[in-house]
Each structure stands twice: as C-alpha cells, then as structure tokens.
Design a protein around this ligand. Structure first.
Ligand code: AMP
Length: 524
C-alpha cells in the first residue's frame, strides 16, 4: 500500500510527515530541512521557485515573491482581512470577476489556490523523493477557525497539485492526535495554536482512543506576523525620527526590515537582547543610511503585549463553550512557532495555573497528527479509532426583517445533518430565497454570507401554510451542503456552499491540466 502523507500547510512554514511502522515521521524537504517556507517566487527568467530558494531571493524580488498566501485563500477582495493584508504584502492584489482575491504577477492573475498548489506540489515531490514511490493521497490540516470557503479552497489547491485529499482536519486536532498517541492517557487538553497568521484554541477530551473536540475558538488574523509588524513599525518610526526618511513605501527596504525584525523576534525567545543590523538601508544627499539598533526582550514584550492578551477572552469563550474551567484542563499543548515566545508561554501558564507540555516540537506536531489521521483512515492505526471534531461557527439562514435562524450551532460534532421547517411570509408566494449565513449574531446582515439559492415552484397558498424543509449537512472535512424541499410538491434545490465563491469544478479541472508537477532536480 502506498503511503498517505500528512501535510501541515502553514502560513509561514509547511511540513510533511508519513507513518513509519505506525509512528509519525517527518519527511525532510529537498534541501534537507524539516520545515519548508510557504513561499513561491516567480523569477524574471520564468522559473518558479519554492521554499528555501524562494525565500532566499525575496529581498531582491519582492513583487514576484508570494508569502503568507494562507491569509488570502478562500477570501473576498473586499473583506476586512484582505484590506489588512493589502497594507502588508509587497505583491499586487486584484479582484477576480466573482470578487475573490487574486494575485497579480507580470500582468497575470493567479489565484491563492494555485500558489498553494505549487507549495503542495513541491511537498509531494519531496515525499516522493524521500519515500522512493509515487504519492497521491494526503490528509491536509487547516486552522480550526477556517470557514467553509477556506476549507474548500485548500482542497482545490491539493486537487490542482494532483493530490487526493482523504480528509481535511483541524490543526489543533491533528496536534492532539500526535500528542495523545505519545502520552497515551485519558485527559482534557487545551491546544493553543499560534502560527504565522492565525490563532486557534481547542479544548478536547481524550478517552480510550476517542478524541472528542469539545469546543474551538480563534482569530484568523492573529499570528506571528502581527508581532513582526509591531517591530517593523517601531523600526520605521525610529528611523524616520533619526533621519527624516520614510521607508514605509520602499518595498526593497521594507522586505529587508521585515526579515530582520522576524529574525530578531525569534532570537529574543532565547536571548534577552539582540541587535538589528541593516547597513545601506537608504541613501539621501548626505550619504548612506544604516539601521543599527539593539532591542531587548522587554521592549518586544512592550510592543506586543496586547497581541498576547487578545488570546485570553478567546480561551475563556472556548472553555465556557466546553462548560469547563481552567483548572479542569490537564494538559496544555502549544503549537505553532509563535508559541516559543517566553512571555506568551507565561501568560498561558498563568491563565491555566499549569506549565504547558514540554518536549513537543510546535513546528512538527501538526504534520505528524495529519499522518496519524491518514493511518486511521487507511485502517492501519486500529487502536486510535475515533476523531470527533466540531464545526467552528454557527450556520443558519436569513429570516424575515434581517433575522437569523441558526440551524447548526457552533461546536456541533461533525459530520452532522439537521433539518428545520420554514414557511412563506406572503400569500401565494411561489419562490423563497435561502440565504445561508455563518456567525453568531442574531442580526442576519452582521454575519458572513456564504451564498444563496432560490427554491421555486412552491404551490400558491396563504402565507404560513407551505412547509419548506431546509437541510444543512456538514461532512467530515467541515464542508457544508444545504438543500431546501417544498413538502407539498417534493421539489428540491440545493447547493454546496463553495459555489458562492472560490473556483468552480470546471476551473479546478482546467488548472489541474495546466499545473505541472514539481520537477525534481536532475529529473526530466
Ligand atoms: P508556523 O506557522 O507554525 O510555522 O509559525 C511561524 C511563526 O512562528 C512565524 O511568525 C515565526 O516568526 C514564529 N516563530 C518561529 N520561531 C519563533 C521563535 N523562536 N520565537 C517567536 N516566534 C517564532
């Protein structure tokens, strides 16, 4: 049986693992590293670089080097999250005809799904080179807080890369699988996951091989990059004060500053002071200008304290949803590179009155969990049988006067299916619009619109008489399908929500044809 790979497709780094004699093992990339920068670069001579190679030339080629695409995948051009991203990324963003976000490189529009597909294709090639066999099946992880569009877009990316996705699982759940396998005990776990772009908190119970997610919460726009940005702004302001020069619009300088800030931030997890040294960062009539600045761990904490504290109300909500208190948690598992920050670890430990689990590599554990899930699906991990995950948001439909009727409550175990009966509001109404929403606000327009469809041909009748059964169904990948049925005529309409956004099936097929597998060096 060929291997199933587990892929952690991260905002900043990605990682791939497989099962070797029922134990998860990391697959190194073609450069021998256990993690691969989630970076794709298009060179002026038509090459596509991925990972370390792409990252290495980001400073020289910022407009054609695509980083942090996970922040864009499955999003609309005019969403607040993309507004925020526009300020940060050196590459150009444009709107697709359906309003989705696209990346413009050399006058060509590229979808985030295609960029992710290039990264996945590279990881697939690394796995094939390492295992010496073709790999076609994968389990892919996504943040627990990814919504329907983001999950579907990630699956589409894998499909373009020639991978069959056996399951999409939540990153914290994957981490807990790997942790549970290792610790082999019954306990309640809080998985605190902060990577480059997102934050998730997941509360789960492990009992006799059953992994039961009790609740999940998070912020898809809170991650390591926000910490980097604070440092970048501080450096820019300081430089402006000293020299009068504003580097915030200079893409080349900004990229150098960004890289140096991220490096300094990482170092400050291990040392109390470090130096940012950027010679020849700018020139004016008086000559070359340099940045040479010492920064202490305390200064970094000062600049980012509120970001760390933003996680606390989200953890409190997750605990409340799970009907637990901090002292009911037996183990804290930290996932994602940003959790190496000592101040963050301290705040989390103080909140739970407990030290987080040590000896877990936050960069690797998610991919390892994904590989285990692959083993469970293939039936090779028979003692770990059941994974019960939940949906991160409530889902429902718009009703009269901007009302919102929830059909599936957040934190419901998936897969799930629920039907609710609705009726018409006008006499002889022959058509109803089913507007599908995601969120917790009782006012419809305050929630996220996932799409809509019309159920037509309802038999004319007084208002309130027809019975329209609306069914919501969420599969094990967390992807929603909605249908509506007129009880009188049996007429039915339905949709998979992703058709409201993202790529159509046809577009995915075309991109699949177009996509070239990542060529290994020396192979034709
Ligand atoms: P991930 O998405 O899990 O790969 O996490 C990447 C994020 O973790 C990036 O924002 C990194 O800057 C951050 N990170 C990696 N190592 C450290 C460290 N030692 N201290 C603080 N942040 C780190």
């Amino acid at each position: 049986m060929s291997h199933v790979i587990g892929i952690d497709l991260g905002t900043t780094y990605s990682c791939v693992a497989y099962l070797k004699q029922n134990k998860p093992e990391i697959i190194p990339n073609l450069d021998g590293h256990v993690v691969t920068p989630s970076v794709v670069s298009f060179t002026t001579d038509g090459q596509v670089l991925v990972g370390n190679l792409a990252q290495r030339q980001a400073v020289a080629n910022p407009e054609r080097t695509i980083t942090a695409v996970k922040r864009l995948i499955g999003r609309k051009f005019d969403s607040p999250e993309v507004e925020e991203a526009k300020k940060r990324v050196p590459y150009r963003l444009e709107a697709a005809p359906n309003g989705d976000i696209m990346i413009m490189v050399d006058n060509q529009l590229i979808s985030p799904q295609e960029i992710s597909a290039i990264i996945l294709s590279y990881l697939k090639a690394c796995a094939e080179a390492y295992l010496g066999e073709k790999v076609s099946e994968a389990v892919i992880t996504v943040p627990a807080h990814f919504n329907d569009h983001q999950r579907q877009a990630t699956k589409d990316a894998a499909s373009i890369a020639g991978l069959e996705v056996l399951r999409v699982i939540n990153e914290p759940t994957a981490a807990s699988l790997a942790f549970g396998l290792e610790s082999n005990k019954n306990c309640r776990v809080a998985v605190f996951d902060m990577g480059g772009g997102t934050f998730d908190i997941t509360i789960l119970e492990i009992q006799d091989g059953v992994f039961n997610v009790l609740s999940t919460n998070g912020d898809t726009f809170l991650g390591g990059e926000d910490f980097d940005n604070r440092l970048v702004s501080w450096l820019l302001e300081d430089f402006k004060k000293e020299t009068g020069l504003d580097l915030s619009q200079n893409k080349f300088s900004l990229q150098r500053i960004r890289e140096a800030a991220e490096r300094a931030k990482r170092e400050l997890s291990f040392v109390f002071e470090t130096e940012i040294n950027l010679p020849f960062i700018a020139v004016d009539e008086s000559g070359s200008k340099h940045i040479l600045k010492k920064i202490s761990r305390y200064k970094l904490e000062d600049l980012t304290r509120d970001l760390v504290w933003k996680t606390i109300p989200l953890i409190e909500q997750a605990l409340e949803d799970a009907r637990l208190r901090p002292e009911n948690i037996d183990e804290i598992v930290l996932v994602g590179g940003q959790t190496r920050m000592p101040y963050l670890r301290q705040v989390v430990a103080d909140f739970f009155h407990k030290e987080p689990r040590s000896g877990i590599d936050p960069d690797l554990i998610v991919a390892m969990g994904a590989a285990i899930q692959g083993g469970i699906i293939k039936g090779v991990m028979t003692d770990l049988a059941i994974l019960l995950d939940v949906t991160p948001f409530s889902l429902g439909i718009e009703t009269e006067n901007d009302g919102y009727q929830i059909i599936i409550e957040k934190n419901t175990t998936i897969p799930t299916r629920k039907t609710m009966a609705f009726t018409t509001v006008e006499h002889n109404q022959v058509r109803v619009r089913i507007h599908v929403l995601e969120g917790e606000n009782p006012v419809a327009s305050m929630n996220k619109s996932l799409g809509w469809f019309d159920l037509i041909g309802i038999e004319p009748a007084p208002a309130g008489v027809p019975q329209i059964d609306v069914t919501f169904e969420i599969d094990a990948d967390g992807i929603l399908r909605v249908s509506a049925r007129d009880a009188a005529t049996g007429r039915e309409q339905g949709m998979e929500i992703h058709y409201a956004a993202g790529l159509t099936r046809g577009e995915v097929e075309i991109l699949k044809e177009k996509h070239r597998p990542f060529a290994l060096p020396g192979k034709k």
